[in-house]
Design a binder for this molecule. Structure first.
Ligand code: ADP
Ligand code: MG
Length: 467
C-alpha cells in the first residue's frame, strides 16, 4: 500500500480546527456559573462535559468514563455548583441557625493532590456563588486544621476516603445534609484499597441523594460498587475516536479469499507472543462457527456474542480472565464488556459494520498500561470499510504480509474519488483549540507509516496449531 505526499499532509492536518457542537450556554447552568466558565476562556465544552452536565442537572445518577484530561472535573463541579445555587433559592432548604450544617456536596477523590485540584476548581468556577464555603480534608495534614474547616455551614466537602471516615467516626464530619455524592477516579480509589471506607461513608449518607461516579472502567469491582451506590444510573462513555492509541500497534493483512484469511488466522494464533487473543467476527453465526473450528484444532477457545444468555457470557468472560481460555471469538455487541489486561492481540476476522466499532474492538488490547497488537484481515471487497475506518480514526493502518502467506493479488489500489480520501476531515465531536495534550488534537506526531511483518514469520510454519 502506498500513499502519496498529499495524503501525508491530510493526515497531519488538525482533527478539528473550528469548534462545532454544543456551546456552554446550552449546558443549562445558571449565569453565575456560566460567567466563570467564560472567564476561563475555553472555546467549547468537551464531549464529556456536553454529555454529563445536562444529564447531571436532571438529578439522575451517572456512571461516567472518559479519558484523562478530558475535563471531567468541571463536568461534576458545574452541576454541583448549580445545586448549591438552587438550594440558596429554595426556602425549604434554608439552614436554621444552630441546625445541622454539613456539606450539600461531598466529593471523594483518591489522593490529596486530586482533592486539592477539585477544590481549586470549585473556587475558580464558584466565584459567582455568594458565600460559597468549601473545605477539603485529606490524609497527611494535622487534624486540628481540618476540624476548623469543618466547623460552620459548609457547601462542599472534598475528601480522601480514609481521612473522612476518621472524622466521621469522631463525630466531626456531619453527613446528614449531603445531596450529591461524587466519586472521582473511582477505579483508582479501589486500587488504593478504599472500597470498605467508601461503602461505609456511602451508608452514612442520606438515601435521597444524587450520585455521580467517574471511573476509567466500570468493569469488575468498580462496576459492582457502582451498581451498589447508584440508582437507575445513566452511563456516559466518551471514547475519543481520534485517539492515537499509541500503545496499540495496528496492522492490516490483505487476503485473497476466505480460505487465505483462515490460513492467516491460524498462523497468527500459532505465534507464541499471543498471550490471549480476541478474534472478532461480523455475525453471531460466524462467531459460533469459527470458535468451533478453532476448538477442533486444539485451541482453548469460546464464543461470546449477544445471542448467548447473560449467565453464559459472564462465565466465558470469567474463563478468559482466569486464563482458562486463550482465544475468544466475539461479535461487536459483546466487545465492550471485555476488560482483560492480558489480551495481547485483537484480530479482526470479519470487519465491523461501523468504523466506530473498530475503535472499540482494538481497545480490548493495550489495556492497563500494556501494549497490544490489533490485526485486521481484509479481503479486497472490504477496502471501502478499511478506508472508512482510516478516515474515522484519522490514522492509516499499515499493510503487512506474513511470510509464506503473501497475497497473490496486488493490494487494492489506493485511488479513490477525492471525497473518499480526506483523512484530516474535522472529527465533529473531537475537541479543538486550545490544543493541549489529551484533548483530541493530533498533538503528538504520529510519524510515518511503518512497515511490519514482512519476512518475519511468526511462529512455526505449519498448517496446524500450537497446543
Ligand atoms: P480529567 O479529570 O478528565 O483528567 P481535568 O478535569 O483535570 O481532566 O481537566 C484537564 C484540563 O482541561 C484542566 O486544565 C482544565 O482546566 C481544562 N479544561 C476543562 N474544561 C475545558 C474545556 N471545555 N476546554 C478546554 N480546556 C478545558
Ligand atoms: Mg480528573
Amino acid at each position: 500500500m502506498s500513499f502519496d505526499s498529499q495524503d501525508e499532509a491530510l493526515l497531519a492536518a488538525p482533527a478539528a480546527t473550528t469548534p462545532t457542537g454544543p456551546s456552554f450556554d446550552s449546558l443549562g447552568v445558571a449565569p453565575e456559573i456560566l460567567k466563570a466558565i467564560t472567564h476561563a476562556g475555553y472555546p467549547t465544552p468537551t464531549d464529556v462535559q456536553a454529555l454529563a452536565v445536562p444529564a447531571a442537572l436532571t438529578g439522575r445518577d451517572l456512571q461516567v468514563s472518559a479519558k484523562t484530561g478530558s475535563g471531567k472535573t468541571a463536568a461534576f463541579v458545574w452541576p454541583a455548583l448549580q445545586r448549591i445555587l438552587d438550594a440558596r433559592n429554595d426556602p425549604a432548604k434554608k439552614r436554621a441557625k444552630g441546625g445541622p450544617s454539613g456539606p450539600r456536596i461531598l466529593v471523594l477523590a483518591p489522593t490529596r493532590e486530586l482533592a486539592q485540584q477539585v477544590s481549586r476548581a470549585f473556587v475558580v468556577y464558584g466565584g459567582g456563588v455568594q458565600g460559597l464555603r468549601i473545605a477539603h480534608v485529606v490524609g497527611g495534614v494535622p487534624y486540628h486544621a481540618q476540624l476548623k474547616a469543618l466547623r460552620g455551614p459548609l457547601d462542599v466537602l472534598i475528601a480522601t476516603p480514609g481521612r473522612l471516615l476518621d472524622l466521621m467516626n469522631s463525630g466531626s464530619a456531619i453527613m446528614s445534609q449531603v445531596e450529591m455524592l461524587v466519586l472521582d477516579e473511582a477505579d483508582r480509589m479501589l486500587d488504593m484499597g478504599f472500597i470498605d471506607d467508601i461503602t461505609t461513608i456511602a451508608q452514612a449518607l442520606p438515601q435521597e441523594r444524587q450520585t455521580l461516579m467517574f471511573s476509567a472502567t466500570f468493569a469488575g469491582t468498580v462496576g459492582k460498587l457502582a451498581s451498589d451506590l447508584t440508582r437507575d444510573p445513566q452511563r456516559i462513555n466518551v471514547a475519543s475516536h481520534t485517539d492515537t492509541h499509541a500503545q496499540i500497534e495496528q496492522r492490516l493483512h490483505w487476503a485473497d479469499s476466505l480460505h487465505h484469511k483462515h490460513a492467516l488466522l491460524e498462523q497468527l494464533l500459532a505465534d507464541r507472543d499471543v498471550d490471549q487473543a480476541v478474534v472478532f467476527t461480523s455475525t453471531q453465526r460466524d462467531a459460533d462457527a469459527l470458535a468451533w473450528k478453532l476448538g477442533e484444532i486444539g485451541h482453548s477457545v469460546a464464543a461470546l456474542h449477544g445471542g448467548m444468555p447473560q449467565g453464559r457470557r459472564n462465565r466465558v468472560l470469567q474463563d478468559l480472565r482466569h486464563r482458562q481460555l486463550r482465544v475468544l471469538v466475539a461479535t461487536d455487541v459483546a466487545s465492550r464488556g471485555i476488560d482483560v489486561p492480558t489480551i495481547t492481540h485483537v484480530i479482526n476476522y470479519g470487519l465491523p459494520m461501523k468504523a466506530e466499532d473498530y475503535v472499540h474492538r482494538i481497545g480490548r488490547t493495550g489495556r492497563a498500561g500494556r501494549t497490544g497488537l490489533a490485526i485486521t484481515l481484509a479481503e479486497r471487497r472490504d477496502v471501502g470499510m478499511i478506508r472508512r475506518i482510516e478516515r474515522f480514526t484519522t490514522q492509516r493502518i499499515t499493510a503487512s504480509v506474513v511470510a509464506g502467506l503473501e497475497p497473490k493479488m496486488p493490494a487494492p489500489s489506493d485511488t479513490k474519488p477525492s471525497s473518499e480520501r480526506s483523512f484530516g476531515k474535522p472529527a465533529g465531536k473531537s475537541f479543538g483549540a486550545p490544543r493541549k495534550p489529551g484533548f483530541g488534537g493530533p498533538g503528538k506526531s504520529r510519524g510515518g507509516p511503518r512497515e511490519f511483518g514482512a519476512g518475519k514469520p511468526s511462529g512455526p510454519r505449519r498448517g496446524g496449531f500450537e497446543r
